[in-house]
Design a protein around this ligand. Structure first.
Ligand SMILES: O=C(O)CCC(=O)C(=O)O
Length: 215
């Protein structure tokens, strides 16, 4: 695979309590290959999001890994563990490698698309952060400067190929005021020692780059 790039140093890890609500993790994935996989997904593979009260416009989903391997199942049911790749994953060989990069159990893997002039309204997700033992990673594939992704009152600018942890138990929303689709790959993960280490070491690195507190 195209090995994701990661900085070599691993600063001292903070505790989970010090992890910010939004945090870029170390791997960076190949944008051309991500977009090539996305191009093999067709318009009628996208299914409108089930939470119709939470959005205006077009927010839609493609299930690459779902309950029972069924691409029609777009709800990431936290009570189920029988997740498997759907037939759509076969069209996405690079994304299959990206998913394998994460050395932890994976649940739902989806494309989430927010079309131009669409809004995912402010909401919280239940038990979806490091401390809860399950978290959702976002890897942008297509985006534009007029996407506003807000988490806990702050704008989070995520570029294609980057990998981000967000605390989705905090209020969050997405506005796409641009002209192009915004598509993210999302990977729901069960937190194990490896994943906790990745998040905590990224949090440690982020803390080191913050300005010193002057008292
Ligand atoms: O980015 C999106 O499409 C929605 C983000 C969101 O609400 C989530 O991942 O829980």
């Amino acid at each position: 695979m195209h090995t994701p790039s990661a900085p070599p140093s691993t600063p001292a890890a903070p505790s989970a309590a010090r992890v910010p609500a939004s945090l870029r993790l170390r791997p960076t994935f190949d944008v051309t290959l991500l977009q090539a996989d996305l191009s093999r997904i067709f318009a009628n593979d996208f299914i409108p999001h089930f939470n119709t009260r939470y959005y205006e416009g077009d927010w839609s989903v493609v299930s690459l890994r779902a309950i029972g391997g069924d691409a029609q199942k777009i709800y990431p049911d936290p009570t189920r563990s029988d997740y498997a790749d759907t037939p759509l994953m076969e069209r996405c060989p690079y994304i299959s490698e990206v998913v394998d990069y994460f050395r932890c159990p994976k649940l739902a893997v989806r494309f989430l698309r927010v079309r131009p002039r669409s809004v995912v309204k402010e909401h919280r997700d239940y038990q979806l952060r490091l401390e809860d033992g399950e978290l959702r990673l976002h890897i942008p594939i297509t985006t534009n400067p007029d996407v506003r992704f807000m988490v806990a009152g702050k704008r989070v600018v995520m570029a294609p190929g980057e990998c981000w942890y967000n605390d989705f138990t905090e209020l969050h929303s997405v506005h796409n005021d641009g002209d192009g689709d915004r598509v993210h790959l999302t990977i729901d993960c069960v937190v194990n020692d490896w994943l906790r280490g990745e998040v905590l070491s990224a949090a440690g690195a982020a803390a080191c780059t913050r300005p010193a507190l002057i008292v």
